[in-house]
Design a protein around this ligand. Structure first.
Ligand SMILES: *Cc1c(COP(=O)(O)O)cnc(C)c1O
Length: 424
C-alpha cells in the first residue's frame, strides 16, 4: 500500500497503520519487554522462526513503525533505527566487514565518520582508504583491494556542501562487486533517493532534518534489497552459529542484511533508540517535506545575499549557478539540496570569530539542519581533532563557516547576517 502513495503522504502517514479502535497517533511502547502465554511462542521468536516482539534491544513497535516510514521514503525493503548517526554508519559497515577487511570512502565526509573510518575501525582491524570523490573512475578504482567490502560517500558532504556523483560511485562499486553505502543525511529522501541512482545501502543521522527540531539524537540504516550478496560476504551467505546455523540470505532473501544487523549487531552491541526518541523523530518526519522546501528557499536567498557581499570571500551552495556542484545538483537534487551552506570571509581566522560572535538571531551551536538558523566554525569546533592537512583533505578550509539556514522569515536571517558583517 505504502509504495503507491506519494512521498509527502508517506511523511505524514507511513509506518503506523492503526487497526480498528487503535490509537490514531503512533503510541510510545515504552516497555523493555513483551508478554507471551507459553514457552514455545517465545522460543520461536528467539529462533527467528516467527516475527514478534520480545525485548526492545532487538525490536520495539514504536521504533519499527518509524523505521518502516523511513524505508518507505527511501524506497528500500527495510530499515533499522539506531541511537545515533554514528552508530548507523558503524553498523552499516560492521554488518559486512570484519578484521582483515578494507573499505574505500570519499574524503568529503562528516568529521565524525572520517574519524570512525580512519581511526576506530582500524583498531578493529578494518582498514580504510580515503579517495577524492572528484577523481576519475580509474583513479578511484586503484584504491580497491581483493579484501575491499564496500564504497562509502555522502550525497551532500558535511561541512563542505559538495554534491557526490552517486551514479559514478555506484559504477565503481559494482565494477568491484561491492555495495555502495551512501549517507543521505543532508538532502533527506525528500530531495534525493540514492537507491534510484544505484546506491545499495543508505544511512542517516536522523538527528538532523528528519527530526528537524534538535530534540533527539538518532540514526537509521536502510537497505535497497538490490545487492546480490555472494561468497565475499560469508557473514550473510554461510551459517551463523549464534543462530543455530541459519544462513541469512537463504532464510530472509532481500531482508538478509537488515535481519543480520538486528539479530547480530543489535543483539551484541545494542545501540537502539529509546521509543520516546523514535516518537519525537516521527513527529519531525510528519512535516519533513514542508520544512525541506522552506530550508531550501531560505538557503538559496541567503547564499545569493552572501555571494554578492564584498566582505565574503567565497560561498558553497549547490543552488548557486556559479557553484562547482551546480551541475551535479541539477541532476541529483532538482528540487533543492538542503539548508546548509558553507562560506568564508575575507580576512583572518579572527574575522570569522568576530562575525560569529556578533550574530544575534543566528546561534552558535554544535548542530546543523534544524528549524532554527545556526552557525559553526568546524576548524575550531567539530573538526578540531583533525590536523591542518587532514582538514584540507576532508574539504574543510580553516576559514570555512558552516551556516545552517532555518525556517524563520528569511529577511530576519539576512538582517542578522548583515549587522554581523558590519561589525567585522
Ligand atoms: C551529524 C552527522 C553524522 C553523525 O550523526 P549523529 O547523529 O550526530 O551521531 C553522520 N553523518 C552526517 C552527514 C552528519 O551530518
Amino acid at each position: 500500500m505504502e509504495k503507491k502513495l506519494k512521498r509527502d503522504t508517506l511523511c505524514v502517514q507511513a509506518g503506523w497503520q492503526p487497526k480498528n479502535g487503535e490509537p490514531r497517533v503512533l503510541p510510545i511502547y515504552q516497555s523493555t519487554t513483551f508478554k507471551y502465554d507459553n514457552t514455545e511462542e517465545m522460543a520461536d521468536l528467539f529462533d527467528l522462526k516467527k516475527e514478534g516482539y520480545f525485548y526492545t534491544r532487538l525490536q520495539n513497535p514504536t521504533n519499527d513503525a518509524v523505521a518502516s516510514k523511513i524505508a518507505a521514503l527511501e524506497g528500500g525493503v527495510g530499515a533499522v533505527l539506531t541511537s545515533s548517526g554514528q552508530a548507523a554508519n558503524f553498523y552499516a559497515v560492521f554488518n559486512i566487514c570484519e578484521a582483515g577487511d578494507h573499505v574505500v570512502a570519499s574524503n568529503e565526509i562528516y568529521g565524525g565518520t572520517y574519524n570512525l573510518f580512519g581511526v576506530t575501525l582500524k583498531k578493529l582491524g578494518i582498514e580504510c582508504t580515503f579517495v577524492n570523490p572528484e577523481a576519475s573512475e580509474e583513479e578511484i578504482s586503484k584504491a580497491f583491494r581483493p579484501n575491499t567490502k564496500l564504497l562509502f560517500g555522502e550525497t551532500i558532504s558535511n561541512p563542505g556542501c559538495k554534491v557526490l556523483d552517486i551514479e559514478k560511485f555506484a559504477r565503481i562499486a559494482h565494477s568491484h562487486n561491492v555495495p555502495l553505502v551512501i549517507d543521505n543525511t543532508f538532502p533527506t529522501p525528500i530531495n534525493c533517493r540514492p537507491f534510484e541512482w544505484g546506491a545499495d545501502i543508505v544511512t542517516h543521522s536522523t538527528t538532523k532534518y528528519m527530526d528537524g527540531h534538535a530534540t533527539q539524537v538518532g540514526g537509521c540504516v536502510v537497505d535497497s534489497g538490490n545487492f546480490n550478496w555472494d561468497e565475499k560476504y560469508p557473514g550473510l551467505t554461510t551459517p551463523d552459529e549464534s543462530y543455530h546455523g541459519l544462513t541469512y540470505t537463504k532464510a530472509f532473501g532481500k531482508m538478509a542484511y537488515i535481519t543480520k544487523l538486528v539479530a547480530q549487531l543489535m543483539r551484541d552491541l545494542g545501540s537502539i533508540p529509546s521509543p520516546q526518541n523514535s516518537f519525537l523523530l516521527n513527529l519531525g518526519l510528519e512535516t519533513l517535506h514542508l520544512r525541506m522546501q522552506r530550508h531550501c528557499e531560505n538557503a538559496q536567498k541567503v547564499a545569493e545575499f552572501l555571494s554578492k557581499d564584498e566582505r565574503v570571500a567565497w560561498v558553497h551552495y549547490s543552488g548557486l549557478e556559479s557553484d562547482e556542484s551546480h551541475a551535479l545538483a541539477q541532476k541529483y537534487l532538482p528540487n533543492g539540496s538542503c539548508g546548509v551552506l558553507a562560506f568564508g570571509l575575507k580576512g583572518t581566522r579572527e574575522t570569522a570569530v568576530r562575525f560569529m560572535d556578533s550574530l544575534k538571531l543566528v546561534a552558535i551551536v554544535t548542530h546543523v539542519a534544524d528549524a532554527r538558523t545556526c552557525v559553526l566554525h568546524p576548524a575550531s569546533h567539530t573538526h578540531r581533532q583533525l590536523s591542518d592537512e587532514q582538514l584540507r583533505e576532508a574539504g574543510v578550509a580553516p576559514d570555512l563557516i558552516r551556516l545552517s539556514v532555518g525556517i524563520e522569515d528569511v529577511t530576519d536571517i539576512i538582517d542578522d547576517l548583515k549587522q554581523a558583517l558590519d561589525n567585522i
